[in-house]
Design a protein around this ligand. Sequence first.
Ligand SMILES: [Mn+2]
Length: 534
Amino acid sequence: MSVTVASWLDQLGHLDPEATRRFLSPRLAELTSPDAMLDRKAAAQRIARAVRDGERIVVFGDYDCDGMTSAAIFTEALRALGANVTPVLASRFDGGYGLSLPALERVLSHRPHLLVTCDCGSSDHASLERLAPLGVDAVVVDHHLVPEQPLPVMAFLNPHRPTCGFPFKGLASCGLALSVLAAVRAELGRALDLRPLLDLVAIGTIADVAPLHGDNRALVRAGLKVLGEARRPGVRALLELAKIEPGSALSAEDVAFRIAPRLNAPGRLGAPDLAVQLLLAPNLDTAHALASELEQRQLERRAVQDQMIQEAMAEVELERYRERPALVIGREGWNHGIVGIVAGRLASDLGKPVAVIGFEHGVGRGSVRGPRGARLHDALTACAPLLRRFGGHQAAAGLEVELDQLPALRAAFEEACAAQPPLEVADETPRIRFAPQDSLAKVLADLSDLEPCGESNPAPALALVGRVVSAREVTGGHLKLELALDNGERLSAFGINMGARAEGMVGEVAVSGKLRPDRYRGGNAIELKLDKIW
Ligand SMILES: [Mn+2]
């Protein structure tokens, strides 16, 4: 192993060789034993009975990637076991998150004997209570926070239940779904290969920003491989849309930025079923037809988003909101499936907490985002008397408000944000120092063993010192840099929007960035994508 990556592992605290081995090559065979997972057996027994007796099963998932992949996993595996299964997803425009009453109506229209909810259900008491009198059994598979009030269901599988002894709390719902299916398979004593479902587990886990350590690291590492093989028609069509060659090594970043947004697009426009149908498409023809519809939604989503950002920024300039401590902005007709993306963009551009609200008939639903460290839930709590509803986390929250409360909300939210201690803007990218005895190719290969990188396992940037051979500004204001390293190698580096730094850049420089194969030049060329120049 390269000295560079070995010293990084030291820094991470991987001093024990066995723990290091598990980190670098996690195995599915070493997943945490699921025996202590509360209600796993009960869930599997009830689902197995439905399979055996040919009962109608509805699998209900939330509208995001974790919910839809969980629903797809249950649907595909249970169908393979011969079950009668219909997937149904929550809709942002018909009931919103979780098993709302309108969602329950849609579930019941399929006249199920058994309902399995995934990625939601833990706090849907009102809907779940209605099932028993109708003779419908329910199994909840979820990983959201658990209210104290007991849930009226046959089995409630959620590692966050206080009495659940399963030690790894980081599984997303898609990981839980896979585990339940392994138990169903055992109950039925049937052969069923679960590995082809790992691509869906990778998508759901990464998109849900679940921690990429422990069991998730093993699941996602294996899942990315299955995803790259693209045997699933829907995945093959998705990769084509994202311009990713089947057979290439996918990163968690590819999933987060190129695959998940496409799957989310239909749900943001009120048609989440399209995405789950694509994931379940039985052949390439169907997959291609669904994928081109999906791409339409993706383009539509982007157009709506751009329009909203433009309108918001015009108002920011007109009303001089830049000078305010926080931004509250809302408009009749803004799509509330997209307000979250717009709020995130404005928060990062303006560097302050932002609430973006879409109003319909005088009632607004909005998303709140802010710079790292902002305490958004606290700020909303201070505005509670003005809100119909609010919830979420410190880092991302949602609200409902009436139109005539907007000016008062703006004043109260600004005041609450101004009262918070100033944010420390820290550069949080972990950096790994290049050891001159290594070759770039060796370091690049070792860095790929750290994948999947993302939540709880950030991708380190490589920091190195080199002598400037050439530095020039290229079209678009970018920087093209050629460095001579102490180990005798040449390295070309590329800095987005760093073109102005080229002037007068001579002698030794210290830089950092992401090392990657230079696909443009082909062969085994390696390039550094700069994130910082000292
Ligand atoms: Mn989830």
